[in-house]
Design a protein around this ligand. Sequence first.
Ligand SMILES: [Fe+2]
Length: 442
Amino acid sequence: MTLRDAQGNTVSTASRAALDASESALWRMMSFYGTPVDDLDAAVVADPAWLLPYLMKAGFLVSLTEPSLAGDAATLLEAAEPLAKHATLRERLHFDAVRRAARGDWQGASAAWGAILDAHPRDALALQWALLFDFYRGDAIALRQRVARVLPAWTADDALQPYVLGHHAFGLEESLRFDEAEAVGREALAASPRVPWAIHAVAHVMEMQGRHVEGAAWMAAWRPHWGVDNGFAGHLGWHEALFALESLDHARALAVFDGYLRAEANEITLQRVDAASLLWRLHLLGADVGDRWQRLLAGWPLDAAVAGHSAFNDIHALFALIGAGELDRAAAWVRTSLTMAARSGGEWNLGVSNDLAIPLMRGLLDFAHGRYDAAGEAIFPLPPIAARLGGSHAQRDVIDQTLLAIAARGGMKQAGRALLDERRQAKADTPLTDWWSRALAA
Ligand SMILES: [Fe+2]
């Protein structure tokens, strides 16, 4: 008997138990509540001959951008290979997309999931992963268009529709369509409060518009839905800390750090990246962060095995090494990252590494050694093309703030003042903008 999932997509299993477990895993991936791995293992047990749960688990591991999990993902994809001939065409297309992502072809993977969505606009798994790799590639246009193209296929009676709206809100925000983004994010949360991605999208709007006081209240109000047993809590805590930083409330930012981003709470690099990003911003402001850099690095294996996979991750590791004052290790890490990017064969990351990581990392080393003109010359040209580094506008703002610090310390003052004027358009009256204004005037 052929089964269909809750969105009407045909699946190549006759096991209701396997399908239920895979649908629970999909919901966990979209909502971040719990881990999808247990559900996917249960789906494999219920129907060992069904391709999709293997792909979902492999894709989930790949989506964490964690080189140490690449071997497990490869093993799963190998085990899945003989099952493909019994799968539906849609499932086989997923297989192709996950394999592209696994070998570092992030653009090809996004496009492959996009092609699935053209034929199956209610394939929530394809949407989830296409958007994730759009995000990793900093492709704001794709983040918005991909959801817009499937939106008519989703109606309010579908349990996953609030999650689709959450994605829509974020794509609109990254496309700088803030009013629409906030309205759609709030619409998603009115349908279900358990959509952390929608809480996140509205937080991004508030961050981009300098609404830091309102943003802090927003995070506090929604904390019961994001702060407990949710895999996204670290990143949302990072957003809460950004609002505190915009108020120059360093103590509050550090308290949030200790609640959600402390070294002991970080299991994967994506979490360490947020921790490094926050500590680096505090470092630029001259704040005392205690031994948090050292504790962060103690749990962050930085060697050739993890280098060169994601320039975004490697640059944040460099922040940590410089922040901890380990400048020799920082220089060695830059060499390792760039060497491994060339060797490990991840097509997307190699391009980003060549175009962005080389000047940015070298500029950061110059900054660390007090060579502010050289740092400015390396980094000031980057913001117009920095989206390819991946992440959000808010995450890449760490580059702008580094440039303000370079200018405040004497490097390329005029460019720094122009950057500050640009910042004032969005965040005219925040204490942090005032702080940078005084720093550049000094
Ligand atoms: Fe974010």
